[in-house]
Design a binder for this molecule. Structure first.
Ligand SMILES: [Zn+2]
Length: 145
């Protein structure tokens, strides 16, 4: 079967969550380079992270679903300052190249790309953690397949 690259992830948790959701929608998924990344997270950038591969003839459908998941996720997140949902996770101003990654590694931080920041387009503020509005007013029900 022919495979196509859908998306690269920097950690296996994200990759597994997305792969699981796509499989629920009938998309066949494979995770490539997963072992390399898990064993040596420092080289995550070098190998391009974990690649989520899908069947080539399902890639368009998978892209749409992926977009939908991201929109769903985003629609639950709000700016902690003004409550706007018009927010986006952006890389911080610092360029993260291999040299930066090595520096990050040398000072003992595990994750390479923790320098992303959320930006609110409404109030222009930047923040590390958006408010998850999906947790409000729920009876703690988790969907399990
Ligand atoms: Zn705001």
């Amino acid at each position: 079967m022919e495979l196509a690259l859908l998306e690269s992830f920097e950690n296996y948790i994200d990759a597994h969550i997305i792969a699981g959701r796509l499989e629920n929608e009938g998309i066949q998924c494979w995770l490539k380079d997963e072992n390399t990344v898990t064993v040596t997270p420092f080289f995550s950038n070098a190998v391009g992270g974990i690649k989520l591969m899908v069947a080539a003839d399902q890639v368009e459908q998978a892209k749409q679903l992926l977009h939908q998941f991201l929109m769903e996720k985003k629609s639950n997140l709000a700016c902690p300052y003004c409550g706007s949902h018009d927010i986006e996770l952006l890389p911080s101003d610092k360029p993260m190249n291999m040299l930066g990654a090595i520096g990050t590694w040398l000072v003992g931080r595990y994750a390479i790309s923790t320098d992303n920041e959320w930006t609110c387009y409404n109030c222009q503020k930047k923040f590390k953690e958006p408010v998850d509005t999906s947790k409000e007013g729920q009876g703690g029900e988790e969907q399990n397949s």
